[in-house]
Design a protein around this ligand. Structure first.
Ligand code: PKZ
Length: 205
């Protein structure tokens, strides 16, 4: 697993956020526009050439493999390639997870055309991504936990558009943390989730 330390201060972290965030947002917008455009064939070919040229520029200098998970000297995590929250990942919705003192974790996100499964509805695997990441973050609020089992009940289709997901720890059983949560639209719950998240073995195990 790729965990590395970045020797940068908060100011440099903010500078990089301000640099890469808008690029990712522009690529995300490009994905949406690619799905929904109705322009004529000549424009499609012209845009394709522009995108290919832009990609070649970015590929001029690249890291090997994925971004990994990096930490600053202050312990701040930089998971910028992550499929759920990655600042540099246009595939990520991206999720912004917040929590309160009572242990409730939630995220409010708008899922558009890029996340469609059945017509007008969110792809079931994307619902799983949202719930896995939210429940995993909730389970990892004290120490890191990996997804062992994730169980979802799709109560009804989840419409594309604004959504809210919530999670809380149900119980801890040694290295296992059981987390429950829901995904909802304005009319109520669409998906119920339960996850069993497993921590690393203690040194005596
Ligand atoms: C990306 C993460 C970065 C972390 C740092 C930063 C954190 C910041 C927040 C990030 C939030 C991320 C949220 C997304 C999280 C993922 O997406 S993680 C990716 C998907 N998950 C995986 O790839 C995990 C793959 N599986 C494994 O690595 C291993 O099977 C596991 C889950 C670590 C367990 O292995 P193990 O430690 O050898 O487990 P083992 O000793 O056999 O069993 C321990 C206990 O767990 C139970 N157990 C074992 N496997 C399972 C299972 N699959 N289901 C249920 N119970 C199980 C056993 O029955 C046993 O129970 P008890 O007998 O103690 O009652």
């Amino acid at each position: 697993m790729k965990f590395t330390r970045e020797d940068i201060d908060t100011q440099e972290l903010d500078r990089r956020r301000a640099l890469y965030g808008p690029l990712t947002a522009a690529v995300r917008d490009l994905v949406d526009a690619t799905i929904r455009t109705e322009v004529d064939e000549a424009v499609i070919r012209e845009v394709q050439a522009t995108v290919v040229a832009a990609t070649a520029k970015l590929r001029a200098e690249q890291i090997d493999g994925g971004f990994g998970m990096r930490f600053t000297a202050d312990g701040e995590s930089i998971a910028w390639g992550n499929a759920g929250i990655g600042l540099r990942n246009a595939i990520a919705p991206p999720l912004v997870i917040v929590s309160d003192d009572a242990g409730l974790h939630w995220t409010e996100v708008t899922l558009g055309a890029a996340y469609e499964g059945p017509p007008g509805l969110v792809h079931g695997g994307i619902c799983a991504l949202v719930m896995d990441h939210l429940l995993g973050t909730t389970a990892s609020s004290i120490e890191p936990r990996f997804t062992g089992t994730l169980t979802l009940r799709y109560r009804r289709g989840t419409p594309l558009g604004p959504l809210r997901a919530e999670a809380r720890i149900d119980r801890n059983e040694g290295r296992k943390t059981v987390v429950v949560g829901t995904l909802s639209d304005a009319d109520g719950v669409t998906v119920e989730a339960e996850g069993i998240f497993i921590g690393p073995p203690t040194p005596t195990e």
